[in-house]
Design a protein around this ligand. Structure first.
Ligand SMILES: [Zn+2]
Length: 87
């Protein structure tokens, strides 16, 4: 349990093993959504999402954003972000 794992700087108290950090997930979120991850990574990301509400919320957000962009519509989220940026 007290084995020093070279996980990542400031890694949280996550169990070692198949678990990956939120950063690992976020870095691969788009690939995950595009289905471009290897099966091993896809499984890891899916497992992380299963136990991490933060990343799941992020996934839902990014997916709805991507889908809106693909449909060629101006997504509400983008408009909201724009109204913040242009203020
Ligand atoms: Zn996470």
């Amino acid at each position: 349990m007290s084995q020093g794992q070279s996980g990542g700087a400031g890694a949280r108290a996550l169990p070692s093993g198949p678990w990956i950090t939120c950063r690992d997930v976020l870095e691969r979120l788009y690939d995950y959504l595009d289905g471009e991850l290897t099966a091993a990574w896809e499984r890891r990301v899916a497992r992380h999402l299963d136990g991490c509400p933060d990343c799941r919320a992020r996934l839902v957000f990014e997916r709805s954003f991507l889908e809106a962009v693909r449909r060629g519509r101006a997504p509400t989220v983008a408009r909201t972000a724009l109204s913040i940026l242009t203020r």
